[in-house]
Design a protein around this ligand. Structure first.
Ligand SMILES: *Cc1c(COP(=O)(O)O)cnc(C)c1O
Length: 472
């Protein structure tokens, strides 16, 4: 204390007017930060502000009229602006349910409880309590995944890209993997199938054409060099018209004739037919297993509605090989992911239970009349509290997103916002920088606030955020 006080006040006279760091920190207005932020962080912010002041004093040739309250208020502003906001809650009004930019699926209260419980103390993560021997961390969810998909075994890695990386790297490194040209997909920019394959050490063997690939194309490409057959669900686009692709059961028959593993990357991970969304296009994990796929890969945070994870289900011998790969250590998931995943899977008994317990499935299943009513309420509140903004309830189309069901829209209701005084881009910007931030969707010159992706408990803060951001 003494030392810093001395060094703070040392130096040329003009800076004498500036208080030492500790004195500033002990003013009541700043002391409240001490139980929110670590002291070294506070100290560095105070130093930064004092340095700015010194530069100002220098520019003013040594004159300063900065008072203590002014300094305190500068530090306060700086601290408020430097608060990390990345992981604060955002209202998703985009109408895209699985929005990678907004963190994909919100977790169920059961999953949140499981995370809280697993994180507060110790868990038998890798200990078999019955025998006292070493267990495997995935044992917690292996049985659930097998029961839900009909697979012999299952394992979990960090995400679906990692699942593909380790599956190919284990079963086909240095060998050719045969894939249809129509399935060489890119998802969200950073996932490009050929690049993931190159990273795994497997060699890409493209067959067929963009719109047509027959089973005979695969058959004539099989050689001594072949390590696996791969089918990838082209999640985020559709090839329509004059098209053909080989079905997974045809690939399984061909693969097994040559003793080759057949891998199916189904992407979103539907566990049951999505009749509720009016679609049956999304491959169901169990159907692929039934059709003979040796490994089926999918994400934990797309249609499963759980935490980020890559789920691998299929033949025991291949799952065991994957688990012995040293890469497994780098791609494994932590206890919080496993806790959340296990809780999520226990809600996926059937679509009805999923729609009662998982936020993603509640949003998918929300009746349109209910969404329209909520939109009316939001628009009504804006009419009385933000009269200069035009707010009209309109029909909208929400999307599952995350690469699921590209052509499928879910009917939805939105509040369309517009103003004579500010552009829709400016409205969008103001909403994004509000508290909480609201992310809407620009459509036909208006800003849509789509209610299907707004969690019902957020309706009130949505209105507050809209009024505060654009009300005047
Ligand atoms: C989304 C997707 C991936 C990537 O999954 P992540 O869990 O985001 O790593 C891979 N393959 C397909 C077919 C996908 O749809």
């Amino acid at each position: 204390m003494k030392k810093s006080r001395a060094s703070e006040s040392a130096g040329a006279n003009p800076y004498r007017g500036l208080p030492p760091v500790n004195e500033l920190l002990e003013t009541p207005a700043l002391a409240r930060w001490l139980n929110k932020l670590p002291r070294p962080l506070l100290t560095s912010v105070v130093r930064e502000v004092l340095d700015q002041c010194r530069r100002e004093i220098e520019r003013a040739n040594g004159k300063t009229d900065l008072s203590l309250p002014q300094l305190v208020s500068r530090v306060n502003t700086q601290l408020e602006q430097s608060q990390p906001q990345v992981l604060d809650e955002v209202i998703n009004a985009t109408g895209i349910l699985i929005h990678t930019g907004l963190g994909r699926a919100p977790l169920s209260s059961r999953a949140i409880g499981a995370i809280a419980q697993a994180s507060a103390g110790y868990t038998a993560l890798e200990l078999d309590l019955a025998t006292g021997q070493r267990g495997h961390r995935v044992d917690a969810v292996r049985g659930q995944l097998c029961a839900l998909t009909g697979a012999e075994s299952a394992t979990v890695v960090n995400n679906n890209a990692a699942a593909l990386l380790i599956a190919l790297g284990t079963l086909a490194t240095g060998k050719q993997v045969i894939v249809s040209r129509g399935e060489l997909i890119e998802i969200g920019g950073s996932f490009r199938l050929p690049q993931v394959m190159a990273a795994s050490g497997a060699l890409l063997m493209e067959v067929g054409t963009t719109n047509k690939t027959r089973i005979s194309d695969y058959a004539s490409a099989v050689t001594e060099q072949t390590g696996a057959l791969l089918k990838v669900h082209p999640s985020n686009y559709q090839i329509t018209g004059f098209t053909q692709s080989a079905a997974i059961d045809e690939l399984a028959t061909l693969g097994h004739k040559h003793h080759l593993p057949v891998i199916h990357d189904i992407g979103s991970g539907a566990l049951f037919d999505l009749a509720v969304t009016g679609s049956s296009d999304e491959p169901v994990a169990r159907n692929s297993i039934d059709a003979g796929a040796d490994l089926v890969l999918f994400s934990g945070d797309k249609l499963i509605g759980g935490p980020q994870a890559g789920l691998i289900v299929g033949r025991r011998k291949y799952v065991e090989q994957i688990e012995r790969n040293p890469l497994m250590r780098a791609l494994r998931v932590d206890k919080l992911t496993l806790a959340a995943l296990s809780a999520t899977l226990s809600s996926l008994i059937d679509p009805q239970q999923a729609a009662r317990e998982l936020p993603l499935w509640m949003m998918i299943a929300a009746p349109i009349e209910e969404l329209r009513q909520r939109a009316e309420q939001v628009a009504g509140a804006l009419e009385s509290r933000a009269a200069r903004i035009r707010a009209e309830v309109v029909a909208s189309t929400a999307h599952i997103g995350g690469g699921s069901l590209p052509s499928q829209g879910l009917p939805s209701a939105a509040v369309a916002l517009s103003s004579d005084r500010v552009s829709e881009d400016e409205l969008a910007r103001r909403l994004r920088s509000g508290t909480p931030p609201v992310v809407g969707r620009l459509q036909n010159g208006r800003l849509f606030v789509d209610l299907r992706t707004v969690l019902p408990r957020q309706d009130e803060s949505l209105v507050e955020a809209l009024v505060a951001a654009i009300g005047n």
